[in-house]
Each structure stands twice: as structure tokens, then as C-alpha cells.
Design a protein around this ligand. Sequence first.
Ligand code: AMP
Length: 192
Amino acid sequence: MLNIVLFGPPGAGKGTQSQRLVERYGLIHLSTGDLLRAEIAAGSVLGLEAKKLMDQGVLVPDSVVIGMIESRLLTQQDARGFIFDGFPRTIAQAEALDTLLNTHGAPVRCMLSLVVSEPELVARLLKRGADSGRADDSDESVIRTRVQEYERKTAPVAGHYHKQNKLREVNGVGAIEEIFQALCREVDGCAV
Ligand code: AMP
């Protein structure tokens, strides 16, 4: 099984590159942001609770996202592998993911980290908000909160995988295809 964590701040290009990696390697895409937006669209209690936090740009509780990931892993046990997009976002989530995957005998193979500067991120998110109408991409103060949440709670997750010698950094600025090729080189390099 090939399990990859695609990492980086909001607006780094994780969604765009995930789609390509899914096609290239035959993986299942697991985005906690997409799963939460599906809960909101379905009008579930979980979705309504999560929406309040997402609209402010803060993280939803670890237990919520860990539960969603666990149920996906259990229902798709015959997958060739998963690409985790926007998860794990805290050290507690990373530890929970390691435990879940270790029980399946298929730990994270590598963490691909897209590196993009903060001014570039804010500009990209504002553009995405204008194009898509996504609420948490439209307000500059919400965007800044999301970037701060990332720096405070999420950036340390890179250190978690660095200690396991699984962190691979890739420049996230440039042509989409070039970034994709750089990501593929890293995946192929860390494949056993
Ligand atoms: P994203 O689409 O990945 O940018 O996520 C949008 C929002 O969903 C984030 O700002 C958080 O409020 C919430 N969210 C998504 N994934 C997670 C996660 N792994 N942990 C906590 N909150 C999350």
C-alpha cells in the first residue's frame, strides 16, 4: 500500500496536486476539508457544528476528523493506498493516523510538503474565494486566522514526519505540471 500525506499551508496547491497524484498512482483521495464540506451540504449535526469553526478559520476538534478518517479507512480496506490532503493538521492527528495505519501494516510512506511564501498564499486564497465563492477564502482576516492556525498547530506536524525521515519538501511555486513532476520524483524515491 502507498500512503502519502500531502502537506502545506492553505492555498499551497494540495487539492490540485492531489487529483494528479490520485490518477498517477491509483490512490484514494481523503481530504478532511472536502469531507467536512460534504457534511455541511448534507445538513448533518456534525456539519453544522464544524461550519461555525470553519467560517472563523479555526480547526475543528481532532476527534471529529480522526473519526471521519478512521471510518473511511475501514470501509476501503482493499485500496491501493491513500493520499491524505489537509490531514493530519495537529500532532495528535498525526499520532492517531500512525496508529491507525500501523494496525493495517501500511504506515505513511512519505510526507510531501509544498513550500509557498505567505504573501503568495494570501493572494491565491483571495483569488480562489473570488472564483469559487468559498466563504473561508473570501475574507482576508479569516484567511490570516487560517494561516496562523497552520503555523501554530499544523507546521509542527512536519517535524513529526521529519523525525521518521519521511519529510520531502517541494517548491510549490511555478507551473502546476513542473510541481507535479517534482512530487512524483519524491514519491518514486521513497517507494520501497
Ligand atoms: P481545507 O479545505 O483543508 O482548507 O479545510 C477547510 C477547513 O476545514 C479548515 O480551515 C478547518 O476549519 C477544517 N479542517 C479541515 N481539515 C481539518 C483537520 N484535519 N483538522 C481540523 N480542522 C480541519
